[in-house]
Every structure is written in C-alpha cells, then in structure tokens.
Design a protein around this ligand. Structure first.
Ligand code: TUI
Length: 321
C-alpha cells in the first residue's frame, strides 16, 4: 500500500481525521489531534461566527499544524462561518448535512481544501464534478445526523464511483475498524465518538461517562419523521421523542424538542434530557486518554492487522518494527 493520498493532500502524518462534532470538537481537541499528526477539526455546528472565531484562534495559538473547520450546512450561520473561514486562512473545510456546491468557487479561489461528508453515492458523484478534493463517506453507525446506509456498504460504492480519495466514517473506533476501512478502499478514516473521550475534549464528564458506559444496543436514531434523523444514546429524551413519533406528532414539534439539547449535555452534563449524540462505536470506547495516544494506538493496531494480512504499509509500520 502506498502512503495515503490524504496525507499528502492535507499535509498530515497519519490518515486519521477527527470528526467536526458540533459543540464537542473545540479548539482544544482539534489542536491536540493536529499536534499528534492527525487532522483536528473544529465543529462549527450551529454556533455563531463569533464563537467559531475563538476556537480558530485557540488552534492557531496552540499549533502550526494543519486543521479544519466543519460547516454544518443546516446552520443559520453557515454563510457567515464560510466567510470567517476564508478570512482566517483556515486550510481545510469539511461540510455536513447538505450540499456545499454553491460555495465551491469561493473556497477554490482561496485554495481551501473542501471535503464534504456524504451519506449517498449520488451526492458523492455530484460533488466530485463540482471539484471537491476528497469525500468523507459516512455510514449510519455514526453519531449525530445520519443517513441510512452502513459504512460497510457505502464506502466501497463511493470508492468505485469517484476518483478523489475517500475517507471512511461511521462505526470506526480502533485499528480494526481502520484496517477494515482501508480494505474497503478508503484512504483515511474519520473518528468522532472515540475522540469524545479524549482527555483534551472539553465536554462535561457526564457526557464522557455515558459514552464509556454505553453497550452495543444503547444508541437509537431519533427524528426520522422530521427529515433530520439523529443518532443519540438512549435516555429520557430519546424515549419521549420515540413516543411522539409513534403518536404522529408533527415534525416541527419533534424538532423543537431537540433545540439546545446537545449544548445542554456538553456544557451542563444533562444526560437525562440532553441530546447525547454518539455513534454505535460508543460501545467500543472504554477509556479516557490523550488524543495523541488514541492516534498512536489506532495506527499501531491497523498496521499490525495489515502486516498479518500481508499488506504491510511500509510508511506507517516502519517505526513499529
Ligand atoms: O452532519 C453530520 N452530523 C451531524 S450535524 C449535527 S447538528 C444537527 N442538529 C440538528 C439537526 C440536524 C443536525 C449533528 N451531527 N454528519 C455529516 C452528514 N451529512 N451525515 C449525513 C449527511 C448528509 C445528509 C444528507 C449530507 C448531505 C445530505 O443531502 C444533501 C443533498 O442536498 O442531497
């Protein structure tokens, strides 16, 4: 296997991206991941441009390494944040929950690398034509806003459909998942849930503890009827939303139940009525440790597996030999 095209494209050492999780992926976490040789990404979510600017300043004060900002396209502040990213010379942008096509010219003019998250083959094809630099194919194992195809099935189809490098996301939390993603044709992985439990992640400890405790069947996709399905860890909020959906409550009412609830668990630790977004891989996250340690472990495990299967990655495995 050759050195990942993603590492050259993004000028990073290891082909591991940290998911740009709204409210969770702050400057502290992004800087820690980038300093360790991965790609740290600030989650703009539905924050104002002012708040996102503070996070960008934090990263730029902590490291000279490349980093990214995730723009959640459903946010009312998305356009302001795009302008901010252009003004602050952020080198890489990932997008979620929509189609970034209409902003491509602005990004290209400034040399910003654009990597959209997609949950379907059709959107991957369309965005490649519009000039994106790579594509994150995100399966429904992920936390937060999800599509409906699994990583195992989505990634090989996206790899086949496009020429730009593909990054696999959804359900990947260790080196076994990474090796599997590479076997499917991905050239890098993005992990979100595992990084919630990074030491440098600034979320409330109640949130981290809920991820640590979660078992295999403890997440659920809520809000399918609203058109914005969201995977969260089961709690009182998820049960209330399930009841409302069963009763045919209008989508807007269900949507309004979720407003501010992610922030409530991140900041106040409200695990009862908070929207505790996490992927199915929460069941595989059992430890709080530094982001750099997560990256080292995932790389070592993946390299070991690839050696066993006779597909030794010389670039990454050399130092472990
Ligand atoms: O965006 C995410 N994950 C997120 S966003 C978020 S905040 C939120 N809050 C309330 C409602 C919705 C979101 C929490 N987690 N992941 C990337 C992602 N993008 N997953 C799926 C998609 C996606 C889905 C449909 C991307 C494009 C799309 O269709 C666009 C089109 O035009 O076809």
């Amino acid at each position: 296997m050759q050195k990942s095209r993603i590492c050259s494209l993004l000028n990073i050492e290891y082909p591991i991206l940290q998911g740009g999780m709204a409210w969770v992926a702050t400057g502290e976490l992004a800087a820690a991941v980038s300093r360790a040789g991965g790609l740290g990404i600030i989650g703009a979510g539905q924050s104002s441009a002012e708040l996102v600017e503070r996070e960008i300043d934090k990263v730029q004060n902590l490291t000279d390494k490349p980093f990214g900002v995730n723009i959640m396209l459903l946010s009312p502040y998305a356009e302001e944040i795009i302008q901010l990213v252009l003004d602050k010379d952020v080198p890489i942008v990932t997008t979620g929950a929509g189609n970034p096509g209409k902003y491509m010219d602005d990004f290209k003019k400034k040399g910003v690398k654009v990597i959209p998250v997609v949950a379907s083959v059709a959107l991957a094809r369309r965005l490649e034509k519009q000039g994106v630099d790579a594509i994150i194919a995100e399966g429904m194992e992920s936390g937060g806003h999800v599509g409906d195809i699994t990583t195992m099935v989505l990634v090989p189809q996206v790899v086949q459909a496009v020429k730009v490098p593909v990054i696999a996301a959804g359900g990947i939390a260790d080196g076994r998942g990474m090796a599997a993603a590479l076997a499917l044709g991905a050239e890098a992985v993005q992990m979100g849930t595992r990084f919630i439990c990074a030491e440098e992640c600034t979320v409330h400890n109640n949130y981290k503890n809920m991820v640590l405790k979660a078992k295999d069947r403890e997440t659920v996709v809520t809000g399918r009827s609203t058109g914005h399905p969201v995977r969260i860890i089961k709690n009182k909020l998820s049960r209330l939303i399930e009841q409302m959906e069963a009763q045919g409550t209008p989508g807007e009412e269900i949507e309004s139940m979720g407003v501010g609830k992610l922030r409530a668990v991140v900041r106040e630790g409200d695990t009862v009525m908070g929207s505790v977004m996490a992927g199915q891989s929460a069941a595989m996250v059992n430890k709080i440790e530094p982001a750099g340690e997560i990256i080292r472990q995932v790389m070592a495990e993946a390299c070991e597996i690839m050696k066993v299967y006779g597909n030794m990655n010389q670039e990454y495995c050399r130092e472990k030999e």
